[in-house]
Design a protein around this ligand. Sequence first.
Ligand code: HSE
Length: 425
Amino acid sequence: MKIGILGLGTVGGGVVNVLRKNSNSIERRTGVKIQMPHAAVKSVNEPRICDDGDINITEDAFEVVNNPEIDVVLELIGGTTIAKELVIAAINNNKHVITANKALIATHGNELLALAKEKNVHLLFEAAVAGGIPILKSLEQGLSANKIELVAGIINGTGNFILSEMKEKGRDFADVLAEAQALGYAEADPTFDIEGIDAAHKLCILAAIAFGTELQFDKVYTKGISEVTAEDIKYATELGYTIKHLGIAKRSGDAIEMRVHPTLIANKQLIANVNGVMNAVLVKSNALGTSLYYGAGAGDEATASAVIADLIDIINNQKSDHILGWKAQEKPEVLDSDLIESEFYLRLLVSDKRGVLAEITQIFSQNNVSIESLVQKQVDGNNNAHIAVITNKIHTQDIRAVKLAIEACEFNQASVKIIHIESLD
Ligand code: HSE
């Protein structure tokens, strides 16, 4: 079995290191010796985390995908331009492909998977979602007897690191982001982490696997963590919640929900206690019930663990003509975010005048929003009252109407902050 590796950065270097250090146990599991004769890199002179002494290295990745000696191509470059061309070329050359590239699968996966099916080769991407956690294999294999109802995950390590450090150490957003970048967790463009795009890529892949649907990245409702403030975190903590950046895919009648947004989760929930760069995915399925998958969502050897598991699957499946992985059976409607039902947390800053609270509660009532609890936190030096509200389960469009109505009032002093609450019970 000869593999060609495109990219010897964090993930590619990790793959080489893990294949070397675990060669005996991998050979025992597959019955074959895996060879890595060729790899492509951006610059041959760049320092690497792996020993590449016996690998032929080129700066022309097409040399690798066009090499007849190669059986499986590992696309570990990232991005959606050259990586897409290389994956298409590899499949057209009848090579199996493994990729860790969530952006590529989320945005071009339907087309690439159709091509792979036509060419009768495997296109696997376990490492694209939640790094080393084998969540796609768990959904497809371990939970294959179940109907999946809900998948909710902390699937961006950088975002989780930022929120955890802000909560635990009161650290500044920008300072924690810089540390995540230095540690190699953040995307090349960190707005992908902060604005939820990376999590949305992963969430749409999770939804496709969980529900057997086409990939519909452009339908994911996406909100990042850049507007979560230290004050929100403090209030949430006082109310018994932790703010996490969750990706949620859920069945809702015949439709599905796909959304990524900051979420208040009760502290007693296990997933509320997943901190730092760790990832976790909670699954609700109709036979097992609730299960939780926790582990490293990024990092060289952790991600390599998922890449190599795909390689082992391909080797062990070689004698069969069954194409592993995703099969789109349907393309269900994705529920408009206005129609999503949720409880909400609201934070208001209003003038501390008689009758203001009465006006606020009237606005809630006029918009069909029932209040679960309301706390006036403090009156500041400007004579403004800080108010936190928790609602009952309502439609998102109603809370958006409340926000607009309050913001139009004279007593209102700042934009009204709305954050979803998810019970996950
Ligand atoms: N930027 C990603 C994260 C890397 O922080 O989770 C792993 O996909």
